[in-house]
Design a protein. Structure first.
Length: 266
């Protein structure tokens, strides 16, 4: 199958042939359709050795496990089911194998592009805010608010009834944050997205929760760029140069321009 692999130089990634993923007990094989790119992965790529496989977030459909020579998919995750989730790495590929507990079903009304933006950025924002306890009436400072995770954090903090101050690297990158719930937008230091506690069935529950908020219009997905994964280098360079305010999505299965999502979904 094809996958994106680190080049070990300024090119960052290249499309290569790699072995099919092995599927362990309790894992599900997914045909990947869309992957969102996170700044944490970009930082890894700038120092990664050639051959390292990036990719955390993804969305697609459960593959036909029997044809791949693996065990049938778990429970409700039957072949053809639209799913999204988070991997330890390597999701920027045609197929990925992940534990069933890290997958959630994509509900009606949510595209694979939108779903792919939620795992790393959404889970990190949600779980970081939960650690603070009851936020009603509290003042919350969201650093790196212009990025995908920051934009989710602003909205979720406001949903939890906090007074939100959004911090961005440059004033122009703060566009739209007031509409998302920030009471104040200030220029400062950008933050970095990271993977936050992937283990346990709660991951699937949290992904389902975030997806439901998007479908009901309570959480806005701000997609700044949607590109073919063959154009991953350009997308990553734009992200590195902070020319992307919002989420960047790479499509493994390319779509016609008319079928692409608009930049802001609410």
């Amino acid at each position: 199958m094809r996958a994106l692999s680190a080049t070990g130089d300024n090119g960052l990634v290249e499309l290569v042939r790699v072995p099919e993923p092995s599927v362990a007990a309790g894992e599900v094989l997914v045909d990947v359709q869309a992957v969102s790119v996170n700044r944490g992965e970009l930082h890894r790529l700038t120092s990664a050795t050639a051959g390292w496989r990036p990719g955390w977030d993804f969305a697609g459909v459960v593959a036909d496990q029997e044809k791949s020579g693996t065990a049938p998919a778990a429970g409700h995750l039957l072949p053809g089911t639209r799913v999204f989730g988070i991997a330890d790495g390597g999701s920027l590929a045609e197929r990925v194998a992940v534990p069933a507990a890290r997958l959630a079903v994509i509900p009606d009304g949510l595209t694979v592009e939108w779903a792919a933006t939620l795992p790393t950025a959404g889970l990190t924002a949600l779980r970081t805010l939960r650690m603070a306890g009851d936020l009603a009436g509290a003042s919350v400072l969201v650093t790196g608010a212009a990025g995908g995770g920051g934009r989710f954090a602003v909205q979720l903090a406001r949903r939890f009834k906090a007074e939100v101050t959004a911090v961005v690297g440059q004033p122009e990158r703060g566009e739209g944050l007031a509409a998302l719930g920030a009471a104040k937008v200030v220029a400062g230091v950008e933050g970095v997205e990271a993977v936050n506690d992937l283990d346990g069935p709660r991951t699937a529950d949290d992904l389902t929760y975030l997806a439901r908020l998007v479908v009901t219009g309570e959480l806005t997905v701000d997609i700044a760029a949607v590109n073919d994964w063959r154009d991953a280098r350009e997308t990553l360079h734009r992200l590195r140069d902070r020319r992307v305010a919002g989420k960047a999505v790479l499509l493994v299965t390319w779509m016609k321009p008319a079928d692409r999502p608009t930049r802001k979904i609410s």
